[in-house]
Design a protein around this ligand. Structure first.
Ligand SMILES: [Zn+2]
Length: 158
């Protein structure tokens, strides 16, 4: 595939690249510990990836909620997706698919809205995604902002 493309990934960076899936986990982005990039352009509605992993009762850092009380871990890619309040992807937890919500360019960072799947987050956090509708403090969909988040939101703009 892609004969004639000789560009080499930066040496020494141990990204997890899967040419078949055309995805890679990048180990260092500016604001996030890790992220997932697509190696090829994606179109809206495209099923980018079908995921699998281990489903159990525990909420952990890189798990994702499949249904109430069930969390998937040990996934190859989706546990490392970055959050955006205006994401370019969504997770279909019935079909176990990562689906593009809109077009994404080659090497584009893939994002999901964590609150779309998670009732409670492993850790709430301040968001700098830059979306016009950024919620600024990210929680699960079924939990209020914690004390740190309330202070963050109250202190904004002052
Ligand atoms: Zn945001």
């Amino acid at each position: 595939m892609a004969a004639g493309s000789d560009s080499q990934a930066a040496a020494g960076v141990a990204d997890d690249v899967d040419e078949g899936e055309a995805l890679r986990v990048c180990h260092a982005t500016e604001r996030h510990g890790r992220g997932v990039r697509t190696l090829i352009p994606r179109t809206a509605g495209e099923v980018i990836h079908r995921f699998e992993g281990t489903i159990g009762p525990d909420l952990k850092q890189h798990t994702l909620q499949v249904s109430p009380g069930r969390h998937i871990s040990d996934t190859r890619f989706i546990g490392y997706l970055s959050h955006s309040c205006d994401p370019n992807c969504r997770l279909d937890m019935d079909r176990f698919e990562l689906v593009a919500l809109r077009a994404a360019p080659a090497d584009g960072l893939l994002t999901i809205d964590y609150a779309a799947t998670e009732d409670v987050l492993y850790r709430q956090f301040a968001c700098h995604c830059g979306a016009a509708a950024c919620r600024r403090w990210i929680t699960g969909r079924a939990e209020p902002a914690n004390a740190e988040g309330q202070a963050w939101l109250a202190g904004e703009g002052s």
